[in-house]
Design a protein around this ligand. Sequence first.
Ligand SMILES: C[S@@+](CC[C@H](N)C(=O)[O-])C[C@H]1O[C@@H](n2cnc3c(N)ncnc32)[C@H](O)[C@@H]1O
Length: 311
Amino acid sequence: MVAPILDHMTALSDPTRCRMLLLLEKHELTVSELCSVLQMPQSTVSRHLKTLADDGWVTSRRDGTSRFYSMQVEDLDAAAARLWPLISEQVTSTRGAEQDERRLRGVLSRRRAKSQEFFASAAGGWDRLRGELFGDEFFLWAVLGLIDPALVVGDLGCGTGQLTEVVAPHVRRVISVDGSDDMLDAARQRLSGATNVDIRQGELEGLPIESGELDVAMLSLVLHYSPEPPRALAEVGRVVRTGGRVLVVDMLPHDREEYQQQMGHVWLGFSESQITRLLAGAGFENVRVRMLPVDPDAKGPALFAAIGVKQ
Ligand SMILES: C[S@@+](CC[C@H](N)C(=O)[O-])C[C@H]1O[C@@H](n2cnc3c(N)ncnc32)[C@H](O)[C@@H]1O
């Protein structure tokens, strides 16, 4: 006979199943909620749940039309109860588990939004009606009008020019730089009607921009491609005038190693302390790092926005 703990170790030999248990220890979740948090298809989640249920790690209960899964630590057998704290301690600090925790908050708040809808108070009713009438994002576009219209902004690693397109109507000029001719072709097409956009081919590490020419530099989803982030940011520091600002949007640390093969990422995200240190090293002070809200339908890692002021 195999010792029960060895059976349990087989069930927990998969990191995804351990991440599931971390979630299910704290919350009852449906399969579709687990799919959103883990960013995995239903078939994969159901298969892992079955393995965990067969080995006694999770139970489920029906609530109306939904089925909720959870792990009840007090119901685990003796071997599992001794094994779980060891596993849990190791898995909690992994990047996958940290990303799950962020997405879980989004999923739970969507649950709350549903119940809010159901118990629609005057305020809840208005939020819903406003969304139905005008969409969920119109005010984000409206507040862009608060940007100082005198600014010269750099969209560095502009890609197909999406950020440039959003910002250009609100500022004096945008200088959009990218290293890829193909991306720049798409950007030129997108921005053909804009009169205050200057599109330039060039590398982050040697920007085709005069020293101090920019009031603001934006780097959206670019820094993780730079082989030498300190060098790239030093160059950003050169082109931003004293008192100007930098905005870096990028991924928090994650464990999607496949992105390196699939999309050429060099870095698996940046932590708050890493980006703060990198920006400080490039001459930016008063760095503020904000976690961006996680869209429960998004498939990628959670993002941050870091802002610093050039010394
Ligand atoms: C993921 S895209 C992001 C595009 C855009 N900023 C956005 O948010 O949609 C990254 C872009 O950075 C460019 N890029 C990556 N490394 C670069 C470098 N060292 N110098 C210049 N451009 C670079 C790529 O060509 C690509 O267009």
